[in-house]
Design a protein around this ligand. Structure first.
Ligand code: ADP
Length: 360
């Protein structure tokens, strides 16, 4: 059987989503193309001509990066994701496209690189070259940020809903910064230089908790549905605010009346429960999870004496409500001294980073 030695895939198999980055070389010579194995050519065509794979695989075409150099080759980076729970179907699809006809190596990170290693070998003849997820995350982030000058952004005027808008941020001089990765759970890294970082904190209340609780409380079934419900909901019908307790501000300690005093604090009342809508519950779940992460991030930044906090992870996908809340929380509670930053390829840095680390 032919052994394909160029590993052009990077995979981050997380608790909720599998992120797949595919590097398509664009500088192949005619001789290289002529000698290419049929199955390899077919897989390339299948991946690059489609943007949906099976029932649940998607290519994020808006994130595609062209004219990228990796290991001396010029090409295009494609970004694909599917739910980790669909791994069996993904492997069956890969097999049906001829992936098992040759032996290849795929760079992989995340817990699933261990959990599914034998399945990859058995089903599609793939060896996994495994890399640490935080090393990969940072390598991917540094690489993308170098290539894409519009990668980093922030939300200006976060304390004014009408004026708040997305703006580019010059992140060419990034160190030190705090990195908050909001995936199924949350990890907080303090990053001091390209090669020096430490994991300083985390919380199990992350994107997985938001989605799980939202499904329980509203009967929704997807992340997109949960976010859509939250967008038209009102969390103040669910939470107990300072003004619900004080009748106004708690001026002595500078706590405004519209501040949440108790998340979900109104839901002990049967009457209030009977009036609440699914949308309100979705919004309150989003606000609760996001504010808790914001609060942990702010304490970590203070402890590390760092003023720039970069939020990444797929919880932020199609989720401007959470990003604006984080921007507001960082700005407001630090009296304007801390800044929340965001990156366009939010959930893909681990997958990119492990692809870059491969050494034969
Ligand atoms: P992990 O590596 O733990 O899977 P991710 O960075 O991929 O972490 O983020 C997973 C989180 O992203 C989910 O818990 C959910 O909140 C959110 N999310 C965004 N889009 C989706 C989606 N299409 N399906 C499931 N979760 C999604």
């Amino acid at each position: 059987m032919i052994e394909i030695t160029m590993p052009w895939f990077g995979m981050d198999i997380g608790g909720s989503l599998c992120k797949l980055v595919y590097f398509e070389p664009k500088d192949s010579t005619k001789a290289e193309l002529d000698s290419e194995v049929d199955s390899v050519r077919n897989i390339r065509k299948y991946l690059t001509k489609n943007s949906a794979y099976g029932k649940t695989g998607h290519r994020d075409t808006h994130l595609q990066m062209n004219d990228i150099f990796i290991r001396g080759r010029r090409g295009t980076l494609h970004f694909i994701r599917f739910p980790t729970s669909e791994m069996k179907n993904f492997l069956a699809l890969a097999k049906s496209k001829g992936m098992a006809n040759f032996v290849t190596t795929v760079c992989a990170t995340g817990g699933g690189a261990y959990k599914f290693e034998n399945d990859f070998q058995r089903e599609v003849n793939m060896k996994l070259a495994k890399y640490d997820e935080f090393d990969s995350l940072l390598k991917g982030l540094q690489f993308v940020d170098r290539y894409n000058c519009s990668e980093c952004y922030f939300w200006s005027n976060p304390t004014d809903e009408k004026l708040c808008k997305k703006e580019q941020y010059d992140f060419s001089n990034p160190y030190p910064f705090l990195l908050v990765n909001i995936g199924s759970g949350v990890s907080v890294l303090s990053v001091n230089s390209p090669s020096s970082y430490k994991r300083i904190s985390g919380t199990s209340l992350g994107g997985g908790s938001f989605l799980g609780l939202c499904c329980l409380l509203t009967g929704c079934n997807t992340f997109e549905e949960a976010i859509e419900l939250a967008a038209s909901g009102d969390s103040t019908r669910v939470d107990k605010l300072v003004r619900d307790i004080y009748g106004g501000d708690y001026a002595r300690f500078g706590l405004p009346g519209d501040l949440v005093a108790s998340s979900f604090g109104q839901m002990n009342s049967r009457e209030k429960r009977s009036k609440v809508k699914r949308e309100d519950l979705a919004r309150a779940t989003l606000v609760t999870i996001t504010n808790n992460i914001g609060s942990i991030a702010r304490m970590c930044a203070k402890q590390e004496k760092i003023d720039r906090v970069v939020f990444i992870g797929n919880f932020l996908r199609v989720n401007p409500i959470a990003m604006k809340l984080l921007a507001f929380a960082m700005d407001y509670w630090s009296n304007g001294t801390m800044k929340a930053l965001f990156l366009e390829h939010e959930g893909y840095f681990g997958a990119i980073g492990c692809l870059l680390q491969y050494h034969q």
